[in-house]
Design a protein around this ligand. Structure first.
Ligand code: IMP
Ligand code: MG
Length: 173
């Protein structure tokens, strides 16, 4: 099994940053009642902690997407495997993502959700890895920018392992 090479962000650093994000989002959505569209499964840990730092009313909902094809880079085929329960028409929606990497899945999701005509649609991601980007996607709120690493922990997995780590780490491969 792969081993942890180094810790990128400790639990304390993550919590500190989420507290700041929560403050900014609460300010931006002061008169609103945003729908947090959490992308399963990786973003669950982030979404939960983010909601604990919001001072505005919100609705938490979940969506699951699957990327497939022999290589994600060449195909970028994405499909919804579990849709949101809530109707987002005329609502303020914030997509909650764990990491934006190639941007392919987020680009697809943005296209699908935009077609449902929400009154606003924003993106909040814990991690941003711009070095691996294939398609440009707008990111409104981000926790941290990281270099071209494969990271695990705090919801992020490698073959479903490591999600429960309290920190974010680089995998030795
Ligand atoms: P993208 O479509 O390449 O931007 O990434 C889609 C998804 O792949 C992310 O939401 C993550 O679930 C997963 N992913 C991308 N990079 C990493 C990583 O470094 N560690 C763990 N999961 C990742
Ligand atoms: Mg994901």
């Amino acid at each position: 099994m792969e081993k942890i090479e180094k810790i990128l962000f400790t639990y304390e650093e993550i919590q500190e940053r989420i507290k700041e994000l929560g403050k900014i989002i609460s300010e931006d959505y002061k008169e609103k009642n945003p729908i947090l569209a959490c992308i399963l499964k990786g973003a669950v840990y982030f979404a939960v902690d983010l909601t604990r730092n919001l001072s505005v009313p919100f609705i938490l909902d979940f969506i699951s997407i699957l990327s497939y094809g022999p290589s994600k880079e060449t195909y970028g085929i994405v499909r919804i495997t579990k849709d949101l329960d809530i109707n987002i028409y005329n609502k303020d929606v914030i997509i909650i993502e764990d990491i934006v990497d190639t941007g392919l899945s987020l680009a697809y999701l943005l296209r699908v959700l935009k077609a449902r005509e929400p009154s606003s649609l924003k993106v909040c991601t814990l991690l941003d890895c711009p070095g691996r980007r294939i398609i440009d996607v707008p990111i409104d709120y981000k926790g941290f920018e990281i270099p071209n690493y494969y990271v695990v922990g705090y919801g992020l997995d490698y073959n479903e392992n490591y999600r429960n780590l309290m920190y974010i780490a680089v995998l030795e491969k």
